[in-house]
Design a protein around this ligand. Structure first.
Ligand SMILES: [Zn+2]
Ligand SMILES: [Zn+2]
Length: 134
């Protein structure tokens, strides 16, 4: 909601039509950016960055994670490591923030698949050892 007569924070001559969902600044119809159901000012929109391009590292990490789910289990570890690297780069501002969700997903999937495949290998070893000793 906007107080009648409120002006855009970036354009003092333009009437505000909405407030930024992140910083609360007034935005005019020229500079408002709508992402799903939220309105953002241009600054915050750049930070929220849902539509910002993801770096190739983030994309690679997620692709490796997806491949690991689909059967290439050994790819899960590099997916998790690349995901961690990318999250660190985004944190330091060295990489596109748009890749954060991809990198995060790659880290989760990567470690889960790594843990599951480690259990699988252990299970196979146990069966082999038990089978050999009977
Ligand atoms: Zn804002
Ligand atoms: Zn404006």
């Amino acid at each position: 909601m906007v107080t009648p007569g409120a002006l855009c924070a970036a354009h003092p001559s333009a009437a505000a039509v909405d407030t930024c969902a992140r910083c609360g600044n007034y935005v005019c119809s020229n500079c408002m950016e709508v992402e799903e159901w939220d309105t953002y000012c241009p600054d915050c929109y750049a930070r929220v960055g849902k539509k910002a391009p993801a770096s190739s590292l983030a994309t690679t990490a997620l692709v490796l994670a997806l491949l690991s789910i689909s059967g290439c289990l050994p790819l899960a570890l590099p997916a998790a490591i690349l995901g961690h690297m990318e999250l660190g780069k985004i944190e330091r501002g060295e990489s596109e923030p748009g890749g954060r969700n991809l990198a995060q997903g790659a880290v989760y999937v990567g470690w889960i698949v790594t843990a599951l495949s480690a259990l699988l290998v252990l299970g196979i070893l146990m069966v082999a050892i038990l089978g050999a000793s009977v």
